[in-house]
Design a protein around this ligand. Sequence first.
Ligand code: ADP
Ligand code: MG
Length: 360
Amino acid sequence: MPVPGNLIGKLNLKMPMEIKAENKSGNMRRVGFLILAGLVFAAVAWFWFKGQTVPIQKRTRFLMDTVCTIYIPGPKTVLPVIDKALDRAEEIDKKFNCLNPDSPIYAFNHNNKPIRDPEIVEVAQKALAVARQSDGALDITVYPLVRLWGFFGKQGPRLPSEREIKECLKHVGYKYVAVQNGEVRKLRPDIQIDLGAVAKGYAVDEAAKILKQAKIRSALVDFGGDIYAIGEIRNRPWTVGIRNPRGEGEVGGFEISDLSTATSGDYERFFEKDGVRYHHILDPKTGYPSRGLISATVISADATLADAWSTATFVLGKEKSLALAEKTEGLQGVVLITPDGKISSSSQLARNFEKNSKGK
Ligand code: ADP
Ligand code: MG
């Protein structure tokens, strides 16, 4: 999960030029003095302005099973806007939660009711497009598998038997869901969906939209590592760090402005059995947690797509994800970490991504 680093930007002050007023006639000296005084005043004003620490307002709520924070540099008067954006995220959390009996997704899964809610239809459509582009690495029909592994439920996670997984896989396949006439429809009655891999990104997009409508020019929306950066902070893009998946701190970071980033990692939700780590991102082809990467970060202009692609690239692994990042619209860069701790980035990010010397 990326963590916002350097929230107030790096100061890059240059010393003012040295001014020499020697060997001048009286008038020239006076003019020289005035120029000097003017320059000193300008420099002091400039330093004062640059040296101001912009207060950063923030609010946090626990939504979508994660910590959601919005940061805005500015006075306290921006707080009601943050609250409004978080209210919207809360509304999305409820609507997209497949455990909520009032959710259209619940009615779809348990009563075969087509989904007409326009925003769920829109998000499902985006997720199905990424499912096709990633050859099913992202698959919204993994819900029966997610339930079998028990990552979200009162009983807690467990290692299912091979037979159970094989049986479950019979009910998984994004091709058995379609958006037709503005509705999400099942093409087979046993199919159930889970938009958990994309809903958080959608909430980020919607929160950012509310901030922009309120004319906020600089802000960071961070919902559990799904991030949208609006504008700049103290005339620099926002810096985002990528969390070290196996230790403290960050392995590196990059700068973004008016862009989104999301990370999927095997360290978010997992259990260990007989020394093996089992985590919550499942490979829809095998039914087991995907193994090729331990962290996948992506960049996109659209936070819903960033969320979808972070899950898809995590499952696809290094080679396929690097290749897709070079040619896929909506996937503007990736930083991937393999189990040996090696970090690879696509060409778009190679220029921007800076490894932390203290990281791995
Ligand atoms: P996080 O929620 O930790 O940021 P992701 O965005 O990668 O992680 O979403 C993971 C969630 O999506 C899982 O908790 C599960 O509900 C669901 N999921 C797991 N594997 C897949 C997959 N291959 N395709 C689509 N959804 C998945
Ligand atoms: Mg995701």
